[in-house]
Design a protein around this ligand. Structure first.
Ligand SMILES: [Mg+2]
Length: 272
């Protein structure tokens, strides 16, 4: 059956790559998967549906921001001398980009800066459930809100327009902090912490709390979560994103064909 050919071909290449993983160059693997983008796009469909359409994710965001309010109240009651601030990520934290991921999947393509920027330039992303209310509440409690995002500087104007249109507080250049040469947000968090008490952080990636979570080499990062659990519990709200992230790169690596092989290998290793 023609429809079985890609599967057989993939399994054969996995076997070859496992056998020759020390000598097979990534370029050879890439050449073996001319349709790698389309396959990866298809693999992301369920995640996009879950993020975009499920009442479960809708509720998870509500729940996350309900917990954010409880944690913020508790942290504002702790002794502090500097004025308080709340730091949030933007993508999949306060704005929903699942239409961009849906478009990518529909077109059979993986993420690219060009298509991403076509989307962000529209400034049409919708606010995620609970985000606007929570940040307006934080502002009413005297918190300055900072949006620390890995969107590029050339997306900043459209991002501010989008945030303002959705009703987010402090949507301006003084409070939206785009990427400055590195996706590591540590320096930007440190700049805020210099003259603020950071009362809470919210994100869809653990690296929105601390860059140390970029390292997933031990137990996919789970032991590190346990090691920092008390701090995470007090100061970080984790939101869902099954579409992309450090967790996926940790398994798939970079490069479309490598991702296909690595994800298939992961399933081989984690089945029972
Ligand atoms: Mg994000």
């Amino acid at each position: 059956m023609p429809r079985n050919v890609p599967t057989l071909s993939l399994l054969a290449l996995i076997a070859l790559s496992v056998a020759a993983c020390r000598t097979t160059a990534p370029a050879i693997r890439t050449a073996a998967f001319p349709d790698a983008q389309a396959r990866l796009a298809q693999q992301n469909v369920d995640a996009v549906i879950y993020q975009n359409a499920s009442a479960e994710v809708y509720r998870l965001y509500q729940q996350g921001y309900e917990l954010a309010r409880i944690r913020l109240d508790a942290n504002l009651a702790r002794p502090h001398t500097l004025p308080p601030a709340v730091i949030v990520d933007i993508d999949e934290t306060v704005l929903d980009n699942s239409p961009s991921n849906a478009e990518d999947a529909a077109q059979g393509r993986t993420w690219s800066p060009a298509h991403w920027k076509q989307w962000t330039a529209l400034a049409q992303a919708k606010a995620l459930p609970g985000a606007v209310d929570f940040l307006n509440y934080a502002a009413s409690r005297g918190c300055t809100v900072y949006y620390i995002s890995n969107r590029d500087a050339d997306e900043e104007a459209a991002t501010i327009k989008n945030l303002a249109a959705e009703g987010f507080p402090m949507a301006d250049a003084a409070h939206v902090m785009p990427m400055e040469g590195t996706s590591d947000k540590t320096a930007r968090r440190t700049a805020v912490a210099k003259d603020h008490y950071i009362a809470l952080l919210v994100g869809d990636q653990l690296t929105d709390f601390d860059q140390s979570f970029h390292d997933r080499s031990v137990g996919y990062g789970k032991p590190h979560v346990d090691a920092l659990r008390d701090t995470l519990e007090r100061y970080f709200i984790m939101l869902p994103n099954p579409m992309y992230g450090t967790w996926l790169n940790a398994v798939g690596g970079r490069g479309d064909s490598l991702k296909l092989i690595n994800k298939a290998r992961f399933l081989e290793e984690h089945g029972y």
